[in-house]
Design a binder for this molecule. Structure first.
Ligand code: MTE
Ligand code: MO
Length: 518
């Protein structure tokens, strides 16, 4: 009996590995979410905020891939458990014939998936409310479970038996051939599948000490990227439709070409993630093109009692903004970024840009807009992140870099960025004595409301030594940014950013060192 259990578990794990390989490959082409992704999506919003924070602190950008890896291992182990049950049943002489047992197992797995797993993870019965739909979902899971069951059935049937030594030699050879073949197949197929998956993965590398002046407009390729997903939705723009519904007089839907035909507006707009640390890199500025959300809402005719406008992404992510925010002319649904069509990772075919509110609420891959009569809590709010999520006023030192060689007598350029959402920046001050005294910098580059400002000053240190260079901004409403450090959770980081630099004795013939090549 112990042997039956071990053999069943191993058979189950091998079968699950092959099944998952099929699932990962088919994921890219059918767009159906793997059970691994469903598990993570379901789990993360339920994690206590303190665990989430601890995980991020400890693992940083690795937290997300490790979570998926863990879910993958749990999946394999579950395959093993199913294998044990199956092997035990098969070992009982009174059990059903193997073919029948196989059909029953596939049926049970399909029913569990369609009626429990998918509805529980927000995909609807048999994936009815997923972007892939029922047909693709079934076309994805059915072969996966058939593969699992076939491999499991064959592997279990080849188990060492007590029926006598006669066919034991043959069985052993078959078993080896089968397991070896499966392993070879898995290894051969895994390479290209994993390579493609890694290319598509959205991984965020958080750098808490970003250095160097950024370009005024961030190129799309270096614009930071954050999403809850391992693989972001790859929306078929031709089949895609935007649905406007809820508390409206005339619900309707639009194709992308309808949206492109409506009067458009363009604007430069800075986006920052609420989990950007003080001095961090999760901020970017781009020129976007789209249409005011207000135009689409007015066309639908809002009924009385609307509190929030809720946006739903193709990845099941939802969030909301207050009606008054939705009606501001600067709240746009955009389809172009820096003069080119929005890319997959930035939310193609359509994303929201909302003034004054952290990236989190700038929903990507929008498929539905709903007028709701309540204060709707979005994906991250359910976990405890701020619902209002107004940008904190921030400023950063970007030059000089901590490692630059600076000398007494040099004219050193100090500067960086400052951002305060729609409030704008009034003033940026800098200090070289850890905040005892402050001097005002020059503000450069006004790209309009909702954009970052660059600040700059020249510094001629007269004494060698170690200096603490700090910066602080005052927003357009005259409020100095918060000095008190607070973590990113739940409302965005606060506190002054600073760097420590060393100034050496002036060299005899020192050339004024500029931190960048002129
Ligand atoms: N549908 C959807 N929209 C989303 C997210 C997401 O996971 N799914 N992440 C949000 C977060 S937390 C941020 S900071 C921004 C990042 O946008 P970017 O990747 O274009 O910089 O998208 C927001 N919109
Ligand atoms: Mo974010």
């Amino acid at each position: 009996m112990r042997n039956t259990g071990r053999n069943g578990f191993l058979s189950g794990v091998v079968a699950a590995a092959l099944m998952l390989l099929w699932m990962l490959a088919a994921r890219l082409w059918l767009g159906v979410l793997t059970p691994v992704e469903l598990a993570v999506d379901w789990l993360v919003p339920m994690l206590p905020l303190s665990w989430f924070e601890a995980g991020l602190d400890l693992l940083g950008g690795l937290a997300k891939p490790l979570l998926y890896l863990m879910a993958l291992l749990v999946n394999l182990a579950l395959g093993g458990v199913v294998g044990v049950v199956y092997a035990r049943l098969a070992a009982r002489s009174a059990g059903p014939r193997p073919q029948l047992a196989g059909v029953l197992l596939v049926l049970a797995l399909m029913l569990f998936t369609g009626l429990a797993l998918l509805p529980l993870t927000g995909q609807g019965v048999f994936g009815a409310s997923s972007s892939a739909g029922v047909a693709r979902t079934v076309a994805y899971y059915l072969p996966a479970y058939a593969l699992f069951t076939a491999v499991l059935g064959v592997s279990v049937s080849l188990a060492p038996s007590d029926s006598g030594p006669t066919d034991e030699g043959r069985r052993r050879m078959l078993r080896r051939t089968l397991r070896g073949g499966a392993a070879l197949l898995a290894v051969a197929a895994a390479g290209p599948v994993l390579a493609r998956l890694l290319e598509r993965m959205t991984l965020t590398s958080v750098d808490a000490s970003a250095e160097g002046m950024p370009a005024p407009i961030t190129p799309v390729g270096t614009f930071y990227n954050v999403s809850k997903n391992a693989l972001d939705p790859d929306v078929d723009a031709l089949a895609w439709r935007l649905r406007i519904h809820g508390l409206v007089e005339r619900p309707y839907s639009l194709a992308l070409e309808d949206i492109h035909a409506l009067p458009a507006s363009e604007k430069v707009h800075t986006l920052q993630c609420i989990s950007n640390p003080v001095g961090g890199n999760l901020v970017g500025n781009a020129r976007w093109k789209g249409l005011p959300l207000r135009d689409l809402l007015e066309r639908a005719g809002l009924r009385d009692g609307v509190v929030d406008i809720k946006l739903e992404g193709e990845d099941g992510y939802t969030d909301s903004i207050p009606l008054s925010k939705a009606m501001e002319p600067g709240t746009l649904l955009v389809y172009e970024m820096n003069g080119a069509p929005l890319t997959l990772k930035h939310g193609a075919p359509l994303r929201l840009l909302v003034p004054d509110i952290y990236g989190m609420k700038n929903v990507k891959w929008i498929r539905a807009i709903e007028a709701v009569g309540e204060d709707y809590k979005g994906y991250w709010q359910r976990q405890g992140w701020s619902d209002v999520a107004t940008y904190q006023t921030m400023s950063q030192v970007r030059v000089p870099a901590a490692a630059d060689v600076l000398r007494v007598g040099d004219a050193i350029e100090v500067g960086g960025i400052a951002f305060a959402g729609a409030r704008g920046i009034d003033k940026v001050e800098w200090s070289t004595d850890g905040g005892r005294t402050w001097q005002q910098s020059d503000l450069l580059l006004d790209q309009g409301p909702d954009t970052w400002r660059f600040w700059q000053a020249e510094w001629k240190p007269t004494q060698p030594g170690e200096y603490r260079l700090l910066v602080r901004a005052t927003d357009g409403e005259g409020r100095l940014q918060a000095a008190e450090p607070s973590p990113t959770l739940p409302s965005g980081a606060t506190g002054y950013h600073g760097i420590t630099i060393r100034v050496r004795e002036g060299a005899a013939a020192s050339v004024a060192a500029s931190p960048h090549p002129a």
